[in-house]
Ligand binder design. Structure first.
Ligand code: WQD
Length: 342
């Protein structure tokens, strides 16, 4: 008996790694993706890792008739909803694109879950909902949410609220918000990984692209923060650990009759920008060209997860290290060059 899980945005960075983890744990993922933010090369990579091509439905998650047909075709154990735009800076320039796509996609999924009596949903949320936690560095799920500093962050903030209100009106549903910290790294095989479109915003892809020569030099945004070395601190979590957390979330929800939880998915440890650079250089032997620049507006000084609830509720904790992440990210970057050279 197939245990189908709908993975919206399943061709994306976190989505594709979650597809692998689902198959490794006996589930049959059904990928819903229109590849607007994903590279089709990832399907070749998934096919090689899994030994067969995964089920893929090329569709806009906001397409009401199309999504309805999918729910008519499959009896889903659960839904993992990744499909959303996620570039903080872009969301400031194009807020309506973000609100329309990110919120209507979620509403379309939830409406079909209710219509087709699908009970279990895992929502891709983000630590960005904490904004600049006033003087708090280690955040728990009870840490008050602050207004995020971007429309992207607000779509996660409002998304969580939509889910909570949907649960209150439909208390037999099993709904879960997973608040990710900073996903980094790639699958050990280097067959799937992150495909930043254009100049990367995030630190790790910028490091690997600088090392491989795609970018001229890494700018470290600020060295005058009140931290151990003056640079910002984040909770960098290996994407393979993050993917497995989604499987554990689906397992947790499968046995419930009415559940609503919000859970931090992080390592529980903070690392500074300089510590990431140093780990990259020492683990890969690559000397990185970088210099200090001015602070980036909107950056939080320091934030990392209290990951106790994930351990207690999901029986999950991060296993891979920053060293694993920088090595896997670098191996992926080198593989990307090969892809591009084909
Ligand atoms: C990390 C640190 C930068 C680039 C964002 C989103 C968040 C989540 C993860 C989706 C910061 C510094 C970065 C560079 C640098 N995304 N940096 N030079 O901003 O913590 O979080 O990605 O859910 O929602 O907000 O990640 O990787 O951009 O930055 O110095 O070229 O690296 O200042 O201190 P961030 P990031």
């Amino acid at each position: 008996m197939e245990k189908y899980v709908l993975v919206t945005g399943g061709a994306g960075y976190i989505g594709s790694h979650t597809v692998v983890s689902l198959v490794e744990n006996g589930y049959t993922p059904v990928i819903l993706d229109d590849f607007r933010n994903a590279n089709r090369v990832v399907i070749d990579g998934l096919t090689k890792i899994l030994g067969k091509k995964p089920i893929i439905i090329e569709l806009d998650v906001c397409d009401q008739n199309g999504v309805k047909e999918i729910f008519e075709s499959y009896k889903f154990e659960g839904i993992i909803h990744f499909a959303a735009y996620k570039a903080v800076g872009e969301s400031v320039d194009e807020p309506l694109k973000y609100y329309q796509n990110n919120l209507m996609g979620l509403i379309n999924i939830l409406s079909n879950m209710i219509e087709f009596n699908v009970k279990n949903l895992v929502f891709s949320s983000s630590c960005t909902v904490y904004g600049e936690p006033k003087g708090i560095k280690e955040v728990t799920e009870e840490t008050p949410k602050n207004f995020p500093n971007s429309p992207y962050g607000f779509t996660k903030w409002i998304g969580e609220q939509i889910i909570e209100d949907t649960f209150k009106a439909n208390p037999s549903l099993n709904l879960m918000n997973l608040r990710y910290f900073n996903p980094v790294g790639a699958h050990k095989s280097s067959l799937i990984g992150e495909f930043p479109i254009g100049k990367p915003n995030n630190l790790m892809p910028y490091i690997t692209q600088t090392a491989i020569g795609k970018q001229e030099e890494l700018i470290v945004f600020g060295n005058d923060y009140p931290t151990i070395d003056g640079t910002c601190i984040r909770d960098y979590i290996h994407v393979v650990d993050l993917a497995y957390a989604h499987v554990k979330a689906i397992v947790f929800l499968a046995g419930k009759f009415g559940s609503f939880e919000t859970i931090n998915i992080g390592t529980g440890k903070g690392s500074s920008v300089l510590e990431i650079i140093s780990a990259f250089e020492s683990e890969t032997g690559q000397k990185l060209k970088w210099k200090y620049g001015k602070r980036r507006s909107g950056d939080v000084t320091e934030i990392f997860a209290n990951a106790t609830k994930a351990k207690n509720i999901l029986e999950w904790e991060a296993k891979l290290s920053i060293k694993d992440a920088v090595i896997d990210a670098w191996n992926w970057e080198k593989k990307l060059i090969e892809h591009n050279e084909k």
